[in-house]
Design a binder for this molecule. Sequence first.
Ligand code: SF4
Length: 741
Amino acid sequence: SNTLPLRTTRSTCPYCGVGCGVLIDSVSERIVGVRGDPDHPANRGRLCTKGSTLHHTADPAVAAQVRLLQPMRRDRRGSAPQPLRWDQALDWAANRLAEIVCRHGPDAVGFYISGQLLTEDYYVFNKLAKGLLGTNNIDTNSRLCMSSAVAAYKLTLGADAPPACYADIDHAHCLFIAGSNTAWAHPVLFRRIETAKARRPEMRIIVADPRRTDTASLADLYLPLQPGTDVMLFHGLLHIMLTEGWVDSTYIEQHTTGFTELRQLVQSYTPAAVAQVCGLSPDNLYTAARWFAGVPDGKPATSLPSAQRLPTLSLYCQGLNQSSSGTDKNACLINLHLACGQIGRPGAGPFSLTGQPNAMGGREVGGLANLLSAHRDLSNPAHRAEMAALWQLLPGTDLPALPGKTAVEMFEAAADGQIKALWIACTNPAQSMPDQATVRRALQRAELVIVQEAFATSATCDWADLLLPATTWGEKEGTVTNSERCISRVRAAVPPPRAADGTGPRHDWRIVVDLARRLEQRLPRRSHGTLFPYDNPQAIWNEHRESTRGRDLDITGLSYTILETAPQQWPFPEGRSTGTPRLYEDGRFPTADGRARFVASPYRPPAEDRSARYPYAMTTGRLRDQWHGMSRTGTLGTLFGHIPEPQLWMHPQDMAESGLKPGQLVRVQSARGSLVLPAHPSHELHRRQCFVPMHWGSEHIGGRSDEGTALAGVNGLTTSAFCPQAKQPELKHTAVRIDPV
Ligand code: SF4
């Protein structure tokens, strides 16, 4: 027979933070199928619609339409980019970057990278910015995804580490799902929740979300809180727990600090006050507090030790994170876990879900403007010295101490002319950042825009002076960490596509290393030899491992060889043979005194509240079958079967009162711009709320800002107001008005 052999490659899905394992079937150089990996702990063979259609997105016919295959350069903005050889492109980029650094200093450069990159890619980007150039201006789209979770974990528990794991779903007696449409955003995890509920119908599920989502349909208790009022709700629950004697005084006394201040603060968060602000009934608040505290039915309402409590697991996501009080929302939910001793036991703990496949890996290597490798702090001189030594910088060479510009700040600084060069990799800020008018001014004004990207369809490519084609899923090797701290290998099943002249995309880590070595020849030396001596991702991984020695996320024992056999959860220090499913089981936390800390922050309303002029609260979010800006999912017709076009959802009665018919075009207007969309009635929404999916950009939706700038989808309307601690923007709340066109 002349049939070519079928090859199977074990890897992971590149979409969401569940981190499902996939088996990629390929024949010759073509991916022909994708199956769920039955041996991967995250999914045990399951895949959602997005994951199970991955092979179609890798079809060569699709790739020919959407992939960037050659480096390209524009002489000036707006002109057609012309192909050039890799060495020419890299030399040109190195010359331009070095010139800008020499003229304006390293802080004139900003790196905006991505939670879709692999850990090894992230590591070399971070080392290039902080180690070689000496700037902390490196941030990522993970800033829009989980920086509030990071800030709150550090504030309360002492380290950026989700303490629970997926298996806790099978042990929890109460699941508190807040600001997360798990059914759509983390579908395989939701299947696990459904299975657990079917097996143990007595497990109680509470869903707190302004939208009555598919996730809420599984809830025993649905709390339709007013948008942005989560802190009010959490303080209200603690108030009830205190009044009823449901807190765990022993746990509070032995393992925490700061409770006196918090107890005082929540005194005024009475059920009546909270019910009024959140739009909830006092009875439902009482039920939620009792279930959360884990007080078994029929038990007297006295202080129960945690060992006798039914375990409660919280799952939360962008509804808490994407907020101008995101850190407070996260921290005040963690307060409840600490107050009831609902942490460090099977089925108990706060558990933030990551949106992207490798936002966690980025956090681990310190790839954000305010972090240093392996959960070290920029502001700590000893931590900087440790990294300078590990990177073998010349004696006396310090790493930059002041935090760099975070996502929103970086584009504002470029719009103001402070940042002159932007190097953007694997992300599409010209669609996904809030307040697009500012982002586009930034891209226009920057002297140099380098876009390192797999897809030519990314809107940001239009602003690039230099386009560097990158490999993508199915072609790359490295590692990712999913929401439960589980590290998996990502593997290449096929080589990258090639352009007619034989050139083709390069791996992200390779592009960084190739360009960094050129920069080393053009900039003052910061090390004796090259800082980038890597020939493969494994060499980068091994350096990253070493940087974690003795840290809370120590993975010194986790070699590629061990990862060949199975994914593993960190920490995994040298000498251990298994990972760590659950943290803080001994009640000790990685703070100076070993105790967790309560956070006593008062409730603050959203930055841009509804008003007579803008009477609706607009939320943006994911659809079930699309991913981010649709560069991959948008190539498949079948994925539009669920929701075929951009649209706005609003309450049927609001539509009726405005005289709107289903499908009628409306103008949605915020303080920054407007969009025209069809309006559809939805019983998911409550009065004076609306929802617009985040996936469509300017190619799909016509929009104008007040200045007449063409805008990119819904983020032409959203606000860049951000959480003061986490700097995460408030993508979940924009005040808008809705008028018939
Ligand atoms: Fe991929 Fe997430 Fe779906 Fe799993 S749940 S298949 S990781 S998109």
